[in-house]
Design a protein around this ligand. Structure first.
Ligand code: ZN
Length: 310
């Protein structure tokens, strides 16, 4: 049975008060794309939310951990997650991707004693392109936020399969070999099931975000309902981006106190109505099945909220 592409919101809360009081959980997002599993921004409680999830999320099955930046609501559980992913470091495995100030400098958040547990520790850079299993991703642009911050744009990578087939075909010189090459190339290139997923981590709004993160599915950290002088997206910023990007699905998450007060699901519903694009508010434990986004199925069919969500 192939594993479907999906993501699970381990925590939809953000910023200090919501996280400190755990008004919403703060565990980041679990992804499973093309059979590669990874977690993005394991904030406080990520490990507990993962092992307690009804979606059966096993930390040992992770291939990687990605940090957008070092703030605690994004990185609080990173050391626990490294230990869990590597079975307490019994055998080096998995990869960690993080900006330089999460790994080096005066106050790195990743402990040095857990780093040898990992197969790879990769320092993220602006415009960098990276591979994790069957997924390739980029950090399109440095965000406007305290410290070094990147979002991610994920794409399922089919090039390995294509390259392997092309190589095999090129070994032979007969017409059969060429035919196999061509048919594989067209079936891969013509395959419309490929999926792009963007995660816009903490940032002040700037219009170039839309071009950098254009994707089928866009996840945005929207801390506030109205503009403020904080270096975070607010709901009107998110709406600008939805209008410019026209994603097939937008997921708002990382809610601060003021956002919770105005009910994120109402904000999302009104944004959907005004933009004509499907926008949903994350809830703790929510599973988003990404498979139907590859086909023409109404988007209302791919949300399965956790019954026990806060
Ligand atoms: Zn932050």
């Amino acid at each position: 049975m192939p594993i479907s592409d999906r993501m699970v919101i381990l925590g939809s809360g953000g910023a200090r008060i919501v996280v400190a009081r755990q008004l919403r959980a703060s565990g980041g997002i679990w992804f499973s794309l093309a059979g590669t599993r990874f977690i993005v921004d394991p904030g406080p409680g990520a490990l507990v939310r993962m092992t307690g999830s009804r979606h059966r999320l096993d930390p040992v099955k992770l291939s990687g951990i990605l940090l957008s930046h070092r703030h605690l609501d994004h990185s609080g559980d990173v050391n626990n997650m490294i230990e869990a992913m590597t079975m307490g470091g019994t055998e080096p495995r998995g990869a960690l991707f993080a900006p330089s100030d999460a790994l080096a400098g005066e106050d790195p958040v990743v402990l040095k004693y857990v780093r040898p547990f990992l197969e790879r520790v990769v320092t993220l850079e602006e415009s960098g392109s990276y591979r994790l299993g069957n997924v390739v991703f980029t950090c399109p642009v440095r965000h406007q936020h305290r410290g070094e911050v990147y979002g991610f744009r994920f794409q399922i990578d089919r090039s390995q399969k294509l390259e392997a087939r092309v190589e095999k075909a090129e070994v032979g010189t007969g017409p059969d070999a060429v035919a196999e090459d061509d048919s594989e190339r067209s079936s891969v290139v013509g395959h419309r099931s490929s999926l792009t997923v963007s995660y816009i981590a903490d940032t002040r709004y700037f219009p170039e975000l839309a071009e950098h993160y254009r994707a089928d599915v866009v996840i945005m950290n929207v801390v506030r309902p109205i503009p403020s002088n904080l270096d975070h997206l607010c709901a009107p910023d998110a709406e600008e981006l939805v209008k410019a990007m026209q994603p097939r699905l937008t997921v708002l998450t990382h809610f601060g106190m003021k956002m919770l007060q105005v009910k994120p699901w109402v904000v999302a519903r009104e944004m959907s109505e005004r933009t004509g694009c499907k926008v949903v508010a994350a809830s703790d434990g929510m599973l988003v099945d990404l498979e139907p986004l590859k086909a023409t199925i109404p988007s209302s069919q791919f949300l399965i909220p956790n019954q026990g969500a806060a």
